[in-house]
Each structure stands twice: as structure tokens, then as C-alpha cells.
Design a protein around this ligand. Structure first.
Ligand code: GCU
Length: 613
């Protein structure tokens, strides 16, 4: 075969397969910071499929076509023609649900539905052309997704909290595209998290879905950050037939700065230049973000990026070279309100974070126990709150299963590739309260290596369990060696028999040369339940006393460098069923689910005001 034909074949294959990325864990497509050509939120129809008959029939047989929701068939028209064929679904005439948002909050009959539901959205697409490529970007689907467009399966994804992109250039038509997404919320022994969590089901398409069109060769990813050596480094990844050998330009007009580079054979352009003296570093006190414009060929990408450094030195956490104490709180991805649907748009995120920044005088949030919405991360960037991000390796997962480790690594990679331009994000957490055992520690050690390989610029931590001997608490955990920052969850005074006086007497035996965070402590209180005399548990008075005692104890720990008490606001949990105090809510919030501050809120706020001073 003549050489030119071989080269042509290789170019076509490269275009179809996409560039061969150096990192095997990198998602094949990212569309970082890309705005939607068309938002696919709004009215979707849906069809419940509790026994998954749209995927597999009884006896493991192939699903019957009369149940295959994803077929590109106009059921009403087919029925009008009569004949032997009949259907047991019709997504064109199904009930409607507003997406994004979890189905559990949409209608009462779905409150505790845990299984498969098919969703459909019809949409028209601008006419395709050879110079345009088309994609669907899902910001999160909890927990598994199988995506069909016009009757063809175009993609699948597992994991409830990270984005995925599907190219649909070849499957698209100009009018009436039939997008059908099978969403299965069920978790199992091989899922991450596992089957039991202390948060609600929240199944569904919980974050925005976008239809995005790009030039044939486009900027799939672009990063830029400040190094400890005072340089701006980053890379731009192109995807498409003209990805290699392409000039790339990066403009930061507020700094009068233009960087130029050329992509290599894999379509990657590397940036490395001295940071201008005029560069204002990002910090909670001064959250300076720059508009950065990336240009390559016909494509333009705009990002808002803050530049700062983070490091540990002995027991200190250094932000821009200065020791910092993290005045924070933990929170779930749940908006204020008595029927949350995980609709965390910019307004909902800012309402929650305002309570931390202005209400508590905080500078930090622990976004537990899974990657939160991109809107939350961008709001933290804009408002000036440092962030702990966590993948849901929560309690126990199948430590010995290589497929589960691979899943955790991919989840971690999807999170890092999505958020590595966020200055607010300083800590990657690789787990929460996982019981100490050899197989679990090996699992976490691989995750720590994965994080450091993907993002050497941030710190690695995990929320660990404590061991106790009498009044001494210690962290007997071999995982310590893998962590830059040690974090522990401690609940003495709530769980267990300690009185609050006993809590004040507790002492800690912790590593001297590492920063320590109290990643969780907390007590339940039903807002409005007051018991000023007996100060019983679940009263606001007890919760406030608990905070006074625990904060006094925390102040005795010399290496303590941060607090993220559990939890900003009450949140839904099927594990919490006391009919007077809980009713399906975990009540450890400093605020109620509707945003009512409890007495403990002011105890913490005053404590942080003192620390800040
Ligand atoms: C655990 C866990 C949280 C849980 C909390 C509680 O530490 O990390 O997810 O909600 O304690 O018991 O309220």
C-alpha cells in the first residue's frame, strides 16, 4: 500500500479513535469549560423499569422489543397502523419530569424508588457539517447510565458524581433527535460507594446535560497553574484531525500576557513561562480570578482561573507560602429546602457557601463524600473558600476486586481532570472512615499514587477513624504515611458514653510532623427543640454545649490546622428514622434543612471569628 494512502488511513483512524493520550486514566473526551450549544435541561419524559425488562427479559433472555424504551419508534403511529405489534411503554407520551434533579424529590411515588428509570428528551440539532462535531456532556448521572440516540447505543457511564462526554456526530439528525437515557440508581457490592451510605438515594440525571458543537479540531482540555517556582505552567490538548503541530495561544488580558506554543504529535501544547510580577495570587481573603482565553485554529476556550500555591511544611499548611488554618464545615450536595433534589446550580451553591463565608467567618469547605457539582467548585473559586474534594470510597468497598480499584481510579481521574483549574481546591481525599485492614490500605495507597501522578500540585488526605485508649485518642493507621495532611472524624460526646466534661479531658497522640484536621465532629439537634435544663441529646442546647466542649478539646492539639464539623445543614438519610427528631433526616446540621440557624451555629461562628482575629 503506497505510503500516502497509509498516512491517510492513519489520520482517519486517529480522528475516529481520538488522540492517544499519555494518561490511560484520562477520560477520552473532556470538553473542559465548554459552554452548551444547547442546554438539554427542562421537560423530559420518563418510564419506570423496576425489573430492568428494557435491558434483560425474564430467564436472562434478550429484552422484548415491546419493552425496549430506547427504540426509535413513534409508538402512537405504530399503534394507529394496527397489526400484531404492541408496546408496553411509550416515552413520547410518558409523564414529564423537570431535569436536572433527582427523581426521589420529583413525585411521591418515586421517593424511595431505587432502580432503573428511562428518561427521554427530543431535540433538534443545527445542521451538521464536515467542519462541525457534536457531543453530549452529562455533568452527573447517579449511578449508572446507558445512553441511546435515535435508537443506537452511543455510550455508558458508571459513577454518580463525575461528568462524561459522548460524541454523537455520526448518530445525529437535524430534527426530532430521540435521546433516551437509562438511569439505574442501584448500588451493589462492587459499586463506589457501596450499598449503604448515610445519605439519600438521589437517583437520576442530577446535574445539567448539554449538547455541544465544536470545530472539527478543538480544544478538549486546557490547564494553567502557578508553581512554587513562580512560573505559569499548563497544557492544551487538542482533539481532531489537525491536532498535531498546531500553534496555540493563551491570553490573560488583565496581565497583558500572551503565551504561545505548538502541539506535539499527540496534540498537546505545553506552556511554561515566568509569572508576571503583577499577578495577584488567589486567596480566601482576595479570590482573584483571571479571564484566560485559549486559542487554537478556529477554536476559542474561555476559563476563569485563580493562581496560588499550596504546600505542607512540617505541621503547617502553606497557602502562598503562609501558614493557614482551615476554618470550615462539611456539607453534602443538597440545596436548602424541605424536599431537596440535588439541584445545585450557582444560586443554590452561593446560598450554602454564604453561610460558611459570611455566617461562620469560614475560609474552607469539606465537600463530602463525593465530587460536588461544578457550580459548587466555581462558586468556591469566586467567593474565596478553600475546598476539600472527596471520591466516595466510603466505609467499605470491595478492596480485593481489581475492577473496583480501577473504578475508583477512574472516578478520581474524572474528578481531577474536571476540577484542576479550580484554585479553591487544595485537598484530594481518597476515602472516608474506611476500616483499617491490609487490603484496604493497599487500595488507598494506589489511589494516593494515582492522585499524585495526575495532580502533583495539591495535597492528599483521607478522613480516618481514631483508636482510643482511656482518655487518649490516636490514629493507628498505616495509611498515614501516604497522606500529606492527616484528617480524623471524632464523635466523642455524641456517639458513645462520654459526658461533655469527659470530652474536654480527651488528649490526642498524633504525628508531630504532619498537619491534622478534624474532618468531622458533630451532634444532632432538631431545630426548635429546646431543653435548657436537662440539655438532652437532640436539643439545640446539647448540640451547642457539645460544640463548646469539642472546640475546647480541639484547642489542645498542637498540630491541629483545620476543622470541618459535621455538618452545615440537616440532610436526608434513610438511616435516621426517629419519628420525633429525625424522620429521614440526619440532624447534625448547624442549620435546619430550610436554613434556620441553631444555637451551635453561633458557637462555631464566634470560635472562627476569634481564630481569624
Ligand atoms: C460518619 C460519616 C458521615 C455520617 C456521620 C454521622 O462519620 O462520615 O457520612 O453522616 O458520621 O454519623 O452523622
Amino acid at each position: 500500500m503506497p505510503l500516502t494512502l497509509l498516512r491517510l488511513l492513519a489520520a482517519v483512524l486517529l480522528c475516529l479513535m481520538g488522540p492517544a493520550h499519555a494518561d490511560p486514566l484520562r477520560p477520552p473526551l473532556l470538553l473542559t469549560a465548554r459552554t452548551a450549544t444547547q442546554s438539554l435541561g427542562g421537560d423530559w419524559t420518563y418510564s419506570k423499569d423496576l425489573y430492568r425488562t428494557g435491558l434483560t427479559d425474564i430467564n436472562g433472555w434478550v429484552a422484548k422489543s415491546r419493552m425496549q424504551r430506547f427504540r426509535d419508534v413513534d409508538v402512537a403511529q405504530a399503534e394507529a397502523r394496527g397489526g400484531a405489534e404492541f408496546f408496553e411503554y411509550d416515552l413520547d407520551r410518558g409523564p414529564v419530569m423537570q431535569l436536572p434533579g433527582a427523581w426521589n424529590a420529583a413525585v411521591p411515588e418515586l421517593r424511595y424508588y431505587d432502580g432503573l428509570i428511562w428518561f427521554q428528551r427530543r431535540f433538534d440539532a443545527p445542521p451538521a457539517s464536515a467542519a462541525v462535531r457534536s457531543f453530549l456532556r452529562f455533568e452527573a448521572v447517579n449511578y449508572r447510565a446507558v445512553v441511546h440516540l435515535n435508537g443506537r447505543e452511543v455510550g455508558r457511564h458508571e459513577g454518580g458524581f463525575t461528568p462524561f462526554v459522548i460524541e454523537v456526530t455520526q448518530a445525529l439528525r437535524e430534527r426530532g433527535n430521540r435521546l433516551v437515557v437509562g438511569v439505574d440508581s442501584r448500588h451493589d457490592a462492587q459499586s463506589i460507594p457501596g450499598e449503604i451510605t448515610d445519605w439519600d438515594l438521589y437517583g437520576g440525571i442530577t446535574r445539567p446535560v448539554s449538547f455541544i458543537q465544536t470545530p472539527a479540531t478543538f480544544i478538549d482540555d486546557a490547564t494553567l497553574r502557578l508553581t512554587d517556582a513562580g512560573r505559569l505552567v499548563g497544557e492544551v490538548q487538542l482533539d481532531g484531525p489537525a491536532a498535531a503541530g498546531q500553534p496555540v495561544r493563551v491570553h490573560i488580558s488583565a496581565l497583558g500576557l500572551t503565551l504561545q506554543a505548538r502541539t506535539d504529535a499527540q496534540g498537546v501544547a505545553r506552556l511554561d513561562a515566568p509569572a508576571p510580577a503583577a499577578l495577584q495570587r488567589w486567596s480566601p481573603e482576595s479570590p482573584t480570578l483571571y479571564d484566560v482565553r485559549f486559542e487554537a485554529g478556529a477554536d476559542r476556550l474561555r476559563e476563569r482561573i485563580g493562581f496560588r500555591t499550596i504546600a505542607v511544611r512540617g505541621a503547617e499548611i502553606l497557602l502562598n507560602g503562609q501558614p493557614v488554618f482551615l476554618r470550615g464545615v462539611s456539607l453534602h450536595e443538597e440545596e436548602f429546602g424541605d424536599n431537596p433534589a440535588r439541584r445545585l446550580d450557582d444560586a443554590a451553591a452561593r446560598r450554602l457557601l454564604a453561610e460558611v463565608k459570611q455566617g461562620l467567618h469560614g475560609n474552607y469547605v469539606r465537600l463530602s463524600h463525593y465530587p460536588h457539582s461544578e457550580a459548587m467548585l466555581r462558586a468556591a473559586d469566586e467567593l474565596g473558600l478553600l475546598v476539600w474534594s472527596e471520591i466516595p470510597v466510603y466505609w467499605t468497598v470491595d478492596w480485593d476486586n481489581p475492577a473496583v480499584l480501577d473504578k475508583a481510579q477512574r472516578m478520581q481521574a474524572e474528578t481531577i481532570y474536571r476540577d484542576r483549574n479550580r484554585a479553591a481546591l487544595i485537598l484530594w481525599s481518597i476515602g472516608n472512615e474506611t476500616p483499617v485492614a491490609d487490603n484496604r490500605t493497599r487500595f488507598h495507597a494506589v489511589l494516593a499514587e494515582t492522585v499524585r501522578a495526575l495532580d502533583p500540585s495539591r495535597l492528599v488526605s483521607a478522613a480516618l477513624l481514631v483508636a482510643r485508649e482511656g482518655d487518649t485518642l490516636r490514629i493507628a493507621d498505616p495509611l498515614l504515611a501516604q497522606l500529606d495532611v492527616v484528617a480524623v472524624n471524632t464523635y466523642a460526646g455524641w456517639y458513645g458514653s462520654d459526658t461533655l466534661d469527659a470530652v474536654r479531658r480527651l488528649r490526642w497522640d498524633v504525628p508531630a510532623a504532619k498537619p491534622l484536621l478534624f474532618s468531622e465532629f458533630g451532634a444532632d439537634a432538631l431545630a426548635g427543640f429546646h431543653d435548657p435544663d436537662a440539655r438532652r441529646k437532640f436539643s439545640e442546647e446539647y448540640q451547642a454545649d457539645y460544640y463548646r466542649a469539642t472546640l475546647a478539646m480541639a484547642a489542645t492539639v498542637p498540630t491541629l490546622r483545620g476543622l470541618s464539623p459535621w455538618v452545615l445543614k440537616d440532610f436526608r438519610s434513610p438511616r435516621r428514622e426517629h419519628p420525633v427528631y429525625q424522620n429521614g433526616w440526619n440532624r447534625k446540621g448547624l442549620l435546619s434543612e430550610t436554613g434556620r440557624r441553631k444555637l451551635a451555629f453561633d458557637v462555631l461562628a464566634e470560635h472562627y471569628r476569634q481564630i481569624r482575629r
